[in-house]
Design a protein. Sequence first.
Length: 143
Amino acid sequence: MAVKQISVFVENKPGKLAELTNVLHQHEIDMRALSIAEAEDFGVVRIIVNDSYNTACVLKDAGYILSVTPVLAASIDDKPGALDAILDILGEADINLEYIYAFLGRVQGKAYMVMRVSDCEKAADVLTKKGIRLYDQTDLENL
């Protein structure tokens, strides 16, 4: 039930993120989620897109260094404390949450989270058994 996240290394300089998003725009690639983690010289731009294979090919051809990582995408109620359920489930199952970020969907009253965990299969299993809705790549195209 994992989705493919593309992590792109981008120089931490003015205009470099715009260059990346321009490549995506030119190839009609639709970003579903975006997260940026910066360091002094480089940043890591993490994106979930409508077509991960095509995006990886386009970005490699444009000279970007990237990796494709399986992550989980889940929905929770958009209310205070809703994230606690996911965090508690993962903690009880001894699954480490390496990072998490949110993205927008079109369903009112829902929040969407992207999670990198230490064991995707185990996390997907325990989360779905506890009633957490997970999404695959096709599902994300409809959000």
